[in-house]
Design a protein around this ligand. Sequence first.
Ligand SMILES: Nc1nc2c(ncn2[C@@H]2O[C@H](COP(=O)(O)OP(=O)(O)OP(=O)(O)O)[C@@H](O)[C@H]2O)c(=O)[nH]1
Length: 311
Amino acid sequence: MLTPDQWVLDEREGLLPLAKWQKTVDVMARVFNAPAGFIVQYASEGFQVVISSDQESNPYEAGIIIPADTNLFCKKVVEQQGTLYVADARGDRYWETNPEVSEDGFRSYLGLPVKWPTGEPFGTICVMDFNTTDYQKDYVDLVGELRDLIEADLAILSQYQVISNLAMTDELTKLYNRRGFYAVAQQRLTLARRSNLSLGLLYMDMNGLKDINDTHGHSAGDVALKRLGDVLAGEVRENDTAARLSGDEFVMLVAANSTEQLDHVQQRLVDSMAAQELSVSIGAVLIDDGSASLAYWIEEADKRMYQNKRA
Ligand SMILES: Nc1nc2c(ncn2[C@@H]2O[C@H](COP(=O)(O)OP(=O)(O)OP(=O)(O)O)[C@@H](O)[C@H]2O)c(=O)[nH]1
């Protein structure tokens, strides 16, 4: 999930309408008869050009990052969270140290703040000119309208992320649910295959949940499931994925190069569960054959779990 401190250009699912933003910025620059127009994102790392208008006269390309402490026009907009219009920056002491002016020769800037739906600064939408300008109010209003459209897209992105997070999360344990696990595990499997890494899959079934429910009530069973979820969440290493597939069945996808390594992870899990007075039956498989599907490996691990449970 994208947070305000991550670059939207790093978002790989194509959730942002970047092509539409590009057309918007191109047309804005044309209407202003300006040599350059931008959407710029601000994060702790600095300012990144997200969209750059398509004229040849435009010196800054999409993707460039400018350090956060540079005296940019956009920095001022983000700081003051209000419109900045500089009709002529030349001779203005304040902008002497702005490389856009001193190095690249820009003289005029109009920029408006763009916000995330939370109200946090996203960045700016702006036009720049090598000549002095005299923009009328209608022009400034137009950029304001375009800014609102960009903010509406950011709101849709955020809502989509909240909803897809809900759809992929198990409410009780806050681990991934089956849908979430398939989505994430499939990606990991593809990546692992590409880089020739092997993974391990652990299939777990809690022992005695029916007894807990029958003896202490369903909510005690829920507490036990939640504890098991917490143990798994505590055991996942970076890039590992744990999920509750259904009822008392859990899975974990881990990095493992050998059966020994996988046994080691399994033992670690069993020990952590035991410390919480939990008991699970586990089936483990090393995913070392790139051609088989995720569903196949889950079924294999489930079979082994079942054999172990019976034993
Ligand atoms: N409290 C609670 N119980 C659940 C939930 N989902 C499934 N169960 C119960 O979990 C039990 C799962 O059945 P079994 O797999 O036979 O459970 P078990 O007692 O662990 O049996 P073994 O796996 O053979 O040890 C059933 O009694 C379900 O009603 C849940 O969300 N909360």
